[in-house]
Design a protein around this ligand. Structure first.
Ligand code: UDP
Length: 418
């Protein structure tokens, strides 16, 4: 199935926002690669970071003359339950994948291979759901696996372990059939016989999610969403997923409220939605609602994955943004908040560490108690929050805007093809 992309965007639209050297290099590489056919394949059109990235990236590939499409695999709900289990296992939760489950994975992959157009010169396959399509590759095409999950081997919490070995052992023979693999940070790289590239993701400063909004519009949206306007707002935006630890955010907030000597009134907003390829969202949302039930200062907003404008306004209207992930491939939401010059308090998980340089571009917190401390500190020291937000913005501007990611992908292709 062909997926929808953002409004037509050109690389030149980023002039004045992104470092001209990056734009020049991307344009130069694009000229060398013009005419190439490229397809990106993932497992959801909307919801989650991969869909967010592709909707901004694909128009830019096309603008440079690479004929680029976006295709999405389909499957029954049981298939996505199995792939979510892969996801959990790769990020360190125990999993028991049976041979029947693996058989289903292979069968749905074959059905998708029959439906999709796999004839492009270059095929980027995103994550583990469409990974096994590589078995059906056309001769002479180049297949690159783009991994977005946190495959780090560190153990951040007692209930997590290293990536589940049996699942990685099932999946890595597919990875080995690719020409190369792209990871978001060096600590996710694996022992593989193919070239591995490190490319962190990036946000689109021109998208509906990140474009500038007037203060009136921000107020209007927050009022419409029922967020009290006489209080400081703490916000976490995330799919309702255990790795984003929404329950931990609530615990931290409640510790903060019990402890705080401040008279300022606050509220916590947890905004999230689902993704077509994530079947666990409803269960986690129910846990979150139960945990927040008796706290009138907590607002749970379940929004459809197309609510980019509302999320933009929420991020801009928030006083402090939180991201208490336990594992994180990158965490676009962190870059989105920094781009909006917000003070961010986040855990030192996966790709968040590329974005939050502790004390410089935000604050790291590794437990609910630390998170509560940091909230109290930032409320007491608003100037520090302002400075963190400013530096965070510069960090994102230099490193995590979409033309840089485009350039990095083109470098990989140029190395292979010219
Ligand atoms: N997002 C959204 N609505 C939601 C939750 C998330 O629009 O209710 C967006 C969020 O703004 C970000 C992306 O989905 O652009 C999530 O990407 P991230 O890398 O943070 O996490 P992922 O969901 O991919 O694990």
């Amino acid at each position: 199935m062909q997926a929808q992309v953002n409004a037509i965007r050109r690389l030149s639209d980023y002039e004045g926002i992104v470092d001209p050297e990056i734009l020049d290099e991307a344009a130069r590489l694009g000229k060398r690669l013009q005419g190439l056919t490229v397809t990106h394949i993932n497992s959801t059109r909307q919801g989650g970071g991969v869909a967010e990235l592709l909707s901004s990236l694909i128009p830019l590939f096309n603008d440079l003359g690479l004929k680029t499409s976006w295709q999405v695999i389909e499957g029954p709900s049981e298939f996505f339950k199995v792939t979510k289990m892969f996801h959990n296992a790769l990020q360190g939760l125990p999993a028991h994948v049976t041979s029947e489950m693996f058989e289903l994975y292979r069968r749905v992959t074959q059905e998708n291979a029959r439906r999709l157009d796999l004839s492009a010169d270059v095929v980027f396959v995103h994550d583990y759901q469409p990974l096994a399509l590589v078995e059906q590759r056309a001769k002479d095409s180049i297949w690159i696996w783009r991994c977005h999950v946190d495959l780090s081997r560190s153990i951040p919490k007692v209930w997590l372990s290293r990536p589940e070995k049996s699942v990685w052992e099932m999946l890595s023979p597919y990875v080995e059939q690719y020409e190369g693999a792209i990871f978001s940070m060096a600590e996710f790289a694996q022992n593989l016989p193919i070239p591995q590239h490190i490319i962190p993701p990036a946000i689109d400063p021109l998208s509906e999610k990140n474009c500038a909004l007037s203060s009136e519009e921000i107020e209007r949206v927050l009022c419409q969403l029922g967020i009290p306007r006489d209080r400081k707002v703490f916000l976490q935006v995330s799919r309702f997923d255990r790795f984003k630890d929404p329950v931990g955010v609530i615990q931290a907030y409640q510790i903060f409220k019990r402890r705080t000597r401040l008279l300022q009134k606050t509220c916590l907003v947890l905004a999230g939605g689902g993704a077509d390829d994530d079947p666990e969202g409803a269960e986690v949302l129910a846990e979150v609602r139960a945990r927040a039930a008796r706290d009138p200062d907590i607002f749970i907003l379940e929004r459809p994955p197309t609510s980019h404008h509302e999320i933009n306004a929420l991020q801009r209207g928030a006083d402090i943004v939180l991201q208490k992930s336990i594992r994180e491939g990158f965490g676009l939401v962190v870059a989105e908040a920094l781009w909006k010059k917000k003070p961010v308090v986040a855990s030192a998980a996966g790709g968040i560490k590329l974005q939050i340089l502790d004390g410089l571009t935000g604050l790291l917190a590794n437990s609910v108690e630390e998170l509560a401390d940091r909230l109290e500190y930032l409320l007491e020291h608003p100037k520090v929050g302002e400075r963190l937000g400013q530096t965070g913005y510069k960090h994102v501007k230099q490193n995590f805007l979409i033309p840089r990611q485009l350039r990095d992908y083109l470098r990989v292709l140029a190395d292979r093809l010219t």
